[in-house]
Design a protein around this ligand. Structure first.
Ligand SMILES: [Zn+2]
Length: 335
C-alpha cells in the first residue's frame, strides 16, 4: 500500500489551515479548538477521497452503490450536520471494515456487508460513520497533528480486524481513537437510524456482528491449535450485556419514529445475493441466498451444500455459536 501520498497531502492541508482558530462543533454546539474550518475540512476530505479511490477498488455495481447511498443520504439528512454533501462508497475489499473521512466521505467494504443481516444493521454502520463526521472526530485528530486518524475504522478499534489490504492501511493510519469516540459515534448513529425509523437495537446488532468475529476467531484458533489473533476488543462482555453501550443506545428509543420501519432482513439478503466472499487467502466464493423452507433445517445440513462449514455459516447469518435457521426466512450460504 502506498500510504505516503495520503500522509503528505494531509500534513500539507493541516499546515495551510493554521490561520483559522475555532469552529463550533455541530454535535456539542460548543467551540472546538480546531485549526480547520468547514470549507477546508470538505476540501481535505475530497482530496483524501481521491487518494482512497486510487488505492482501493470501488465496487462495480451501480444498483448496490445506489442502495447504500440512498440509505446513507436519508440518515445524513437527519444528522447534526446536513449542510455538507455526503458521499457513500462501497469498496470491493474482503476485509471487514467501514470508515469515514472528514467532510462527509463514508465507506463500507463488501467484506463487512456480507456479514450484515439486515438493512437496519447497514443503516447502523453508516449512522456510526456519519456520527464520526458530525462530531468531527477526524478533524480533531488531524488538527492535533495526528495524520494517523484519517481513516476511522469501526473494526480496527473494536476487534482488531482481520487480514487484508485495508486493514494494513487502517493499522498504519489509525491512532488515538478511544472508546469514548466510538461510544459517541454509536450514540449518534442510533439517534440517526431512529429518526429514519429503524430500531436503535440495530446498532447493538452491528456491534454484535463485530464481537462475533472475535469469538469466531477464538473458536477457530482452538480448533487449529494456534493462538487467537491479537484482537484488542473494546467489549469484554457481549455487546447486549454491555451497560454503557445499552445506555447510549437506549436514549434513542425515546425518538418518536424509532422502530416504525422494519429492519428488513430478507430485503437486505436479496440485495447482497451473489456478492463475493473471501473464504481464505486467494480462495473466494459467492453469497447464495435461499429460503429456509424445509422443516428442521440446520446449519450442519446447509454446510453440506456450501463451500464453508457449519460455524462459518452461523457467523455469516448472525447466529454464531449456537443458532439455527429460522423457518421461512432467507438464509445465506457460500458457493
Ligand atoms: Zn467508529
Amino acid at each position: 500500500m502506498k500510504l505516503k501520498n495520503i500522509t503528505v497531502s494531509l500534513l500539507t492541508a493541516a499546515a495551510l489551515s493554521l490561520t483559522t482558530a475555532c469552529s463550533v462543533n455541530p454535535v456539542s454546539g460548543k467551540k472546538d479548538f480546531s485549526l480547520i474550518n468547514k470549507d477546508q475540512e470538505v476540501a481535505m476530505g475530497a482530496q483524501q477521497h481521491r487518494q482512497v479511490l486510487k488505492q482501493m477498488k470501488r465496487l462495480n455495481n451501480p444498483g448496490l452503490q445506489a442502495y447504500v447511498n440512498g440509505i446513507g443520504q436519508a440518515l445524513a439528512k437527519k444528522s447534526h450536520r446536513n449542510n455538507i454533501r455526503y458521499t457513500f462508497t462501497v469498496i470491493d475489499d474482503p476485509s471487514v471494515n467501514a470508515f469515514a473521512l472528514p467532510g462527509g466521505y463514508i465507506y463500507i467494504t463488501t467484506g463487512l456487508m456480507v456479514y450484515l443481516n439486515s438493512e437496519g444493521e447497514l443503516a447502523g454502520v453508516l449512522g456510526h460513520e456519519i456520527g464520526h463526521v458530525t462530531a468531527r472526530h477526524g478533524v480533531k485528530q488531524q488538527s492535533a497533528g495526528i495524520a494517523g486518524a484519517i481513516l476511522i475504522d469501526i473494526l480496527a478499534k473494536r476487534a482488531g480486524g482481520n487480514a487484508g489490504s485495508l486493514n494494513q492501511m487502517g493499522k498504519a493510519l489509525i491512532s488515538g481513537y478511544g472508546r469514548d469516540h466510538e461510544l459517541q459515534a454509536d450514540r449518534l448513529g442510533a439517534e440517526y437510524i431512529a429518526h429514519v425509523g429503524y430500531s436503535p437495537k440495530s446498532m447493538i446488532d452491528v456491534v454484535s456482528v463485530l464481537k462475533a468475529q472475535e469469538e469466531f476467531d477464538k473458536y477457530q484458533a482452538r480448533k487449529e491449535g494456534r493462538k487467537p489473533r491479537a484482537y484488542h476488543g473494546v467489549f469484554a462482555s457481549h455487546p447486549s450485556n454491555d451497560q454503557r453501550l445499552q445506555e447510549v443506545i437506549g436514549a434513542a428509543n425515546r425518538i418518536k419514529s424509532a422502530g416504525k420501519r422494519s429492519a428488513n432482513h430478507d430485503g437486505y439478503l436479496q440485495r447482497i445475493n451473489g456478492m463475493k466472499y473471501r473464504i481464505s487467502k486467494n480462495n473466494y466464493g459467492r453469497i447464495v441466498v435461499g429460503r429456509a423452507n424445509t422443516r428442521g433445517l440446520t446449519y450442519a445440513k446447509l454446510a453440506q451444500r456450501s463451500k464453508v462449514g457449519e460455524q462459518r455459516l452461523r457467523l455469516l447469518n448472525g447466529m454464531f455459536p449456537k443458532g439455527q435457521p429460522v423457518h421461512g426466512r432467507l438464509v445465506k450460504i457460500i458457493n
